[in-house]
Design a protein around this ligand. Structure first.
Ligand SMILES: Nc1nc2c(c(=O)[nH]1)N=C([C@H](O)[C@H](O)COP(=O)(O)OP(=O)(O)OP(=O)(O)O)CN2
Ligand code: ZN
Length: 149
């Protein structure tokens, strides 16, 4: 019987953003987002946790080598750290940089990088959860679920 396990890597990055939806007018943006809609932006020290699920390999004893997990996550972080999310990250050019959307972005980017990562030839592990702490009080989890339109 295979043994499944969950392994998590944590990284952090700092970024600026402004909550603003192109689908609302200025008045509604201010009403919904309040201080987070301030035109000059504000910043967070985000903490990101990426969890992989997989079989514990009987030979290596690992679900995935943390080295590979770390390298993939760091590639994702490079495009976010010390950036203005709304101005530097194309994904947010037309959608609000909420933590919910950020979790989806990180999920998608991580998947792409994990699939081409040279040092992870056997991919029995799969991405299970992306968890982001925007502040100490607020966090969001995304597990790849899509809702029908
Ligand atoms: N559903 C969401 N709501 C909000 C998000 C979000 O990503 N998803 N983000 C924000 C802002 O980015 C804002 O910066 C959050 O900061 P703040 O309200 O200051 O956070 P705290 O709850 O930690 O602060 P306290 O005021 O000390 O409670 C807003 N909403
Ligand atoms: Zn914010």
């Amino acid at each position: 019987m295979p043994h499944y396990s969950y392994i998590t890597r944590c990284e952090s990055f700092s970024a600026a953003h402004r909550l603003h939806s192109p689908l609302m007018n200025a008045e509604d943006n201010l009403a919904i987002y309040g201080k987070c809609n301030h035109p000059n932006s504000h910043g967070h020290n985000y903490k990101v946790e990426v969890t992989m699920k997989g079989k514990v390999d009987p030979v290596t004893g690992m679900v995935i080598n943390i080295k590979d997990l770390k390298e993939c996550l760091q590639v994702v972080m490079e495009n976010l750290d010390h950036r203005n999310l709304d101005k530097d990250v194309e994904y947010f050019f037309n959608k609000p940089s909420t933590t919910e959307n950020l979790a989806i972005y990180i999920w998608n980017e991580f998947q792409k990088i994990y699939m081409i990562h040279a040092n992870a030839p056997v991919r029995t592990a799969r991405l299970y959860r992306v968890k982001i702490y925007e502040t100490d009080s607020n966090h969001v989890e995304y597990m790849g679920e899509e809702t029908p339109e």
